[in-house]
Design a protein around this ligand. Structure first.
Ligand code: SF4
Length: 459
């Protein structure tokens, strides 16, 4: 700490990928704030640019390199006065390639090294060449990141778990984020309380395998996510809890029960299935069958009848046949998803699937993905339309696109727009849903607003 405020510098962070990257970007901004870095959106005025990358999408690495090419010009225009950092999963996986192909990059840091940013910035200022940190000391990271101080909106993310031990055939996460790590209960509760004090009313718990989270509770007992959710639900002012991303193998009995007995746990669950074919699920090393998944859905819906489900589907994994694809469509029809993310399989270097026999032709993958997406789109539209006529408890997140309009989200995570005063932001209000559209809902305030201590599930 120093008594003299550091000179004002500008920090631009570009974020790709999942909500965990969004959370990490906010924490990197927190960690750099004491060094005098304030956010900017303008690359020309940035003293430091961080690309927080994602390795999941196709050609992710090439996109990072084309961005780095543009940043090189921006850095030259500032006479070299710009620190360029590459963070996230591409940095973790391709650190050596980045330093070889883009020597104007000053820092390369993996997801477990963000707390070391200030030290790395200082080292970069002293040293020629690129400073690299891509180790996996997860405990360090959470122990050393500063407390969140930035003002929060009504919704906030909180990382409780990192890493993955599942090694799905197609996925780089176990290689880029390391093995599964759970943050301690006390640290999570303290961060949740801080977020609520800063105005958050809904917290989404994050983890690559969030429902693999486990830890020792203050009672000395072994807690899993259901118990943690119940503890967080006791925090005054925290109205809604969500968690993502879950693995079907880690949906334990207590977590399913928590969906029934913890009203703050929202009736929306993202539960990736990836395929409806047992053959493909085996090749993917998912550790569950289609029937296992369907049984889980049944149990979850028994615990919380209004639960809406979202999923991930991969079309055209190596070895996938027409019959396997048909099994995926059948599973989608049987479950009926409210939302979904679907992708065409694309090989990630270093993953088992990238070298499997039976790679599916692009045209076939395209056709299968189109079928999957058409079905999922229809299901999403049908779900949204089924909300019409309900009075939904809506967490108001801020102004809508049009004057006098407010935006919020339902318990099922649908965006909603309705007419209302700006002072509703951050509150939960009843909204009568008038219409469901493919991607959102429109509604009208159902009653004059009163402050509500605790949300109830909508009828
Ligand atoms: S469980 Fe999720 S994060 Fe882990 S390897 Fe499979 S897809 Fe990747």
């Amino acid at each position: 700490m120093t008594d003299t405020p550091a000179p004002r510098k500008r920090l631009l962070i570009r974020t790709w990928g999942c909500q965990m990257n969004v959370y990490d970007s906010a924490r990197m901004a927190d960690v750099l704030a004491p060094l005098g870095y304030a956010p900017t959106e303008q690359v020309e005025e940035a003293d430091m640019v961080i690309l927080n990358t994602c390795h999941i999408r196709e050609k992710a690495t090439e996109k990072v390199f084309s961005d780095l090419g543009r940043l090189r010009e921006a850095k030259q225009a500032r006479g070299g006065e710009m620190v360029i950092a590459v963070a996230g999963c591409v940095a973790q996986a391709e650190g050596a390639e980045i330093t070889a192909r883009a020597p104007w990059v000053d820092l390369v840091l993996g997801p477990q090294s963000y707390h070391r940013l200030p030290e790395m910035v200082a080292r970069a200022a002293r040293a020629a060449g690129t400073v690299i940190e891509t180790e996996f000391p997860t405990e360090d990271k959470f122990d050393h990141l500063p407390e969140t101080t930035a003002p929060q909106g009504a919704t906030a993310f909180l990382t409780i778990q990192e890493g993955c031990d599942k090694f799905c055939s197609f996925c780089v996460v176990p290689y880029t984020r390391g093995s599964e790590y759970s943050r301690p209960v006390a640290a999570i509760v303290a961060e949740a309380e801080r977020l609520v004090a800063l105005g958050a009313r809904e917290i989404t718990l994050l983890g690559q395998n969030v429902n693999a989270w486990h830890g020792e509770g203050p009672d000395g007992g072994a807690w899993t996510l259901g118990r943690l959710a119940r503890r967080l639900a006791e925090i005054e002012g925290l109205l809604r809890i969500r968690y993502t991303t879950s693995h079907p193998r880690d949906m334990d009995d207590d977590l399913i029960a928590a969906h029934g007995d913890t009203p703050a746990l929202m009736p929306f669950l993202h539960l990736p299935v990836q395929s409806g074919s047992d053959r493909v699920l085996r090749m993917m090393n998912r550790g569950h069958t289609a029937a296992d998944y369907l049984r889980l859905v049944e149990r979850l819906r028994a615990a919380r009848p209004d639960l809406a489900l979202s999923t991930d589907i991969i079309a055209g994994h190596p070895g996938e046949t027409d019959a396997d694809h048909a099994a995926t469509l059948a599973l989608i029809r049987e479950v009926g998803f409210a939302q979904a993310f679907s992708f065409k399989y694309s090989a990630r270097p270093g993953t088992p699937a990238s070298t499997m026999a039976g790679q599916v032709e692009e045209a076939v993958k395209d056709a299968r993905l189109a079928e999957v997406q058409a079905l999922l789109r229809d299901q999403q539209t049908a779900f949204n339309r089924s909300r019409a006529g309900l009075v939904a408890e809506v967490l108001v997140t801020g102004p809508g696109r049009h004057p006098g309009q407010m935006a919020g989200r339902t318990p099922w995570l649908n965006p909603v727009h309705f007419e209302g005063p700006a002072e509703l932001a951050g509150q939960v209000v009843p909204v009568r849903i008038l219409a469901g559209h493919p991607n959102s809902l429109t509604g009208t305030l159902a009653a004059p607003h009163r402050a509500q201590p605790r949300e109830r599930p909508a009828a």
